[in-house]
Write a protein that binds this ligand. Structure first.
Ligand SMILES: Nc1ncnc2c1ncn2[C@@H]1O[C@H](COP(=O)(O)OP(=O)(O)O)[C@@H](O)[C@H]1O
Ligand SMILES: O=P(O)(O)OC[C@H](O)CO
Length: 499
């Protein structure tokens, strides 16, 4: 009898494999970071081969640690960094270019030109997204136009496009399945989220041949079987969702109005809006939260490109910390009389500003500014950005106001300091669950649901357990002053990005 589900969480900075048992307990886990390539300002690439190696290695390691074999695994759930583009040759399975990562802004001009021609309204109406380089379509077009012979090969049907889930499934099934799920398709700018189909007009607009595209399935579906030699036996792939959607599932945000925010490299707030696809008036995205039995559940999403990445910058760029966890002590010791703001627009600004040309800025520096104030500014910037998103959501969805409770997860929520400041600046409670690996859990749940290993959503929701609730504890005047300072800093950053 199978005793667990294997979740593959292929994130922006690392790949993880986690085995979950019948009671959602973690039976084995492995994690591997991989190389980030920054070939030019605003460009971010990954080596899809390195990603593949990291995924296989972590799966094998987690299985070994848990002492399980392929026969013990009821199914695999895959969750992934979204939008990132891999294009490979169907004949060899080899990528034709490095993966262009969601953070990459190289197609900013291409998107701006389409916007200028007035295409954004139709794009948003169909896809729920905006004309921004964040999403896959312009990155696919770029690859086809910059790799020798790629466009001709695509037109001849020799190439395949996929987000990371799709690429991994292709490799795991040794080319037998070219598939994705609706949540990942919904991030490409090529998918009509209302009809649940690839859209001819979007394909024409972005000059993407239909022959490149994977088949789109439910989030809990039969995605193919792994080739036996990879994990020591064939395992069924039964769940797939983009990582933010998987976290929404993992946090059991199944009711309309429920809101989660995940703090990894970036930060993504997703609110379930049920069967209703709410079109935002505040520059949020409309997306698919999950699709089960052909039925789509929609969500509003606010996407911030830099959250934990600001902490990584303190560590790797400035070298002022050695470990991410040092930021809390530094922030605690920061000088209260210095109002230092970091606007971490390293790869532009996401929701609700959507400015691909903006670049990061620091405000309020004095001779007395030290790494302490920088660390505090980095942590605070993540919280200010969340408040921007929550306010935008409240504007779009009245019910999320007042008694909003935010369910948080992701690597950065280990920071109590950040979570307290988040509650303070939102003036709302912040709930951190016991299980922080909600992304992987969500993917495991989808696979387990399909396998009949896990029960229906309502039962799954009952197991959600609170680790700690952070209650707001800041004077209104302080909150207002600090947030007004943030707004001024953003305004100045946007001004500096104007030509
Ligand atoms: N204690 C901490 N304080 C602040 N930031 C942290 C802490 N622990 C981890 N982080 C940040 O969280 C991020 C890692 O989160 P994770 O969910 O693993 O990201 P991803 O899935 O995007 O790779 C890193 O950017 C790291 O800097
Ligand atoms: O890898 P993460 O957790 O930062 O998530 C990346 C998002 O899916 C990008 O849209």
């Amino acid at each position: 009898m199978p005793s667990c589900i294997l979740a593959i969480d292929q994130g922006t900075t690392s790949s993880r494999a986690i085995l979950f048992g019948k009671d959602y307990e973690v039976r084995g886990t492995a994690q591997r970071e991989f190389t980030q390539h920054f070939p030019r300002s605003g460009w971010v690439e990954h080596d899809a081969e390195e990603i593949w190696d990291s995924v296989v290695a972590t799966c094998r390691e987690a299985m070994e640690k848990a002492g399980v074999s392929a026969a013990d695994i009821a199914g695999i759930g895959i969750t992934n960094q979204r939008e990132t583009v891999v294009i490979w040759d169907r004949r060899t399975g080899k990528p034709i270019h490095k993966a262009i990562v969601w953070q990459d802004r190289r197609t900013a001009d291409f998107c701006a030109a389409l916007k200028q021609k007035g295409h954004e309204a139709e794009v948003t109406a169909k896809t729920g997204l905006l004309l921004d380089p964040y999403f896959s379509a312009s990155k696919i077009a770029w690859t086809l136009d910059h790799v020798d012979g790629a466009r001709a090969a695509a037109e001849a049907g020799d190439l395949a496009f996929g987000t990371i889930d799709s690429f991994l499934i292709w490799r795991l099934t040794q080319g037998r399945a070219h598939v994705t799920d609706a949540t990942n398709a919904a991030r490409t700018l090529l998918f009509d989220i209302h009809r649940g189909q690839w859209d001819e007009e979007m394909l024409a607009l972005f000059q993407v041949p239909a022959s490149l595209l994977p088949a789109v399935k439910d989030s809990a579906a039969d995605f193919g079987d792994t080739a036996p030699e990879i994990l020591g036996g064939s395992i069924r792939i039964l769940g797939v969702a983009g990582d933010q959607q998987a976290a929404t599932v993992g946090q059991a945000c199944f009711q309309p109005g429920m809101l989660k925010s995940t703090y990894g490299t970036g930060c993504f707030a997703v609110m379930n809006t049920g069967s209703q696809s709410v079109i935002s008036r505040n520059r949020l995205l409309t997306t698919i939260a999950y699709q089960l039995d052909g039925k789509r559940t929609y969500a509003l999403e606010g996407s911030i490109f830099v959250a934990g990445a600001a902490v990584q910058w303190l560590r790797d760029g400035l070298g002022v910390i050695e470990k991410a966890s040092e930021t809390a002590a530094l922030a605690d010791a920061a000088d209260d009389n210095q109002d230092v703001y970091l606007v971490p627009a390293f790869t532009g600004l996401g929701a609700p500003y959507w400015n691909a040309n903006a670049r990061g800025a620091l405000f309020g520096l004095t001779r007395g500014t030290t790494p302490r104030e920088l660390a505090r500014a980095a942590l605070e910037s993540v919280c200010y950005q969340t408040r921007d998103l929550v306010q935008a959501m409240q504007g779009d969805w009245g019910k999320a106001s007042g008694d909003t409770v935010l369910r948080v997860d992701g690597g950065m929520v280990a920071s109590d300091w950040t979570m307290q400041f988040l509650a303070d600046i939102l003036n709302a409670p912040v709930d951190r669950p016991v299980v922080l690996e909600t992304t992987a859990l969500g993917a495991a749940y989808l696979a387990g649901l399909k396998a009949g290993f896990y029960p229906e959503p309502a039962k799954f929701a009952e197991r959600w357990k609170l680790d700690r609730r952070f209650e707001p504890d800041m004077e209104e005047a302080t909150r207002a002053r600090k947030f007004a300072g943030w707004k001024r800093a953003v305004k100045a950053t946007l001004l500096a990005a104007e030509e």
